[in-house]
Design a protein around this ligand. Structure first.
Ligand code: C5P
Length: 208
């Protein structure tokens, strides 16, 4: 099985030196890559900027912005059987990237932000026989929000996790299937969680 995996944060530049981003380290996505490789799958990793070494034995596309991640995913998804969206893609980017470095003026500065393109939602529209597993990092109304994302992004499953997961080696996740049922809930190291998720994908979404 050929699996597209997104990992890490994106950066959305407001001028040539400053960007908006988040504290994602890519650990969950890279753990999924390792687990998928060990289980004998082909992997294409689309990674935002992280400090982790590139995993061996898979194609790695390094990107910076959500727009680049979107383009990289669109180019590889048609050759894959499914996608796991573990990246913490920025939801907003500055409307314009200004050249040089924005100067201080002694007054406040208002940023004009626009929504980024939703990568999984785009892939959901062209998925055909392919499967999509998304992540939902939620701080409140977690389950209803995760279910909404499952639906709107045409996911086959969604992995609900908590902001505590960011940068941590361990995490607590709930795997929710397409019907909204809990398919599994685990607290463990990300390497172990990755293996649980891949095992479920193989048995339920046809990963053999
Ligand atoms: O940011 P949000 O909570 O909507 O993210 C849920 C899922 O959608 C994650 O799997 C994330 O990788 C993906 N996503 C995306 N493109 C975005 C925002 C999120 O693919 N612009």
């Amino acid at each position: 099985v050929r699996i597209l995996i997104t990992a890490g944060p994106t950066r959305e530049y407001l001028d040539d030196v400053r960007y908006l981003s988040n504290a994602s380290t890519g650990k969950m996505g890279y753990a999924l890559v390792r687990s998928a490789r060990l289980r004998g799958h082909d992997v294409v990793l689309v990674s935002g900027p992280v400090d982790l070494p590139a995993p061996e034995g898979c194609e790695v596309l390094r990107v910076v912005s959500s727009r680049e991640m979107h383009a990289a995913c669109l180019s590889r998804f048609p050759q894959c059987d499914g996608v796991i969206g573990a990246a913490a893609v920025c939801d907003y980017r500055p409307r314009a990237r200004l050249p040089g470095k924005i100067k201080k003026t002694g007054k406040g500065l208002q940023l004009d932000l626009v929504e980024t393109e939703d990568i999984l939602a785009t892939l959901g529209r062209i998925k055909e026989h392919r499967w999509i597993v998304g992540f939902a990092l939620e701080s409140e109304d977690a389950r209803p929000n995760a279910l909404r994302k499952l639906e709107s992004k045409h996911c086959d499953a969604i992995v609900l996790n908590h902001p505590r997961a960011i940068g941590a080696d361990d995490s607590s996740i709930e795997l929710i299937d397409r019907s909204g049922e809990t398919a599994g809930a685990w607290t463990a190291e990300k390497a172990v969680l990755a293996d649980h998720l891949l095992a479920w994908i193989e048995s339920t979404l046809g990963g053999d």
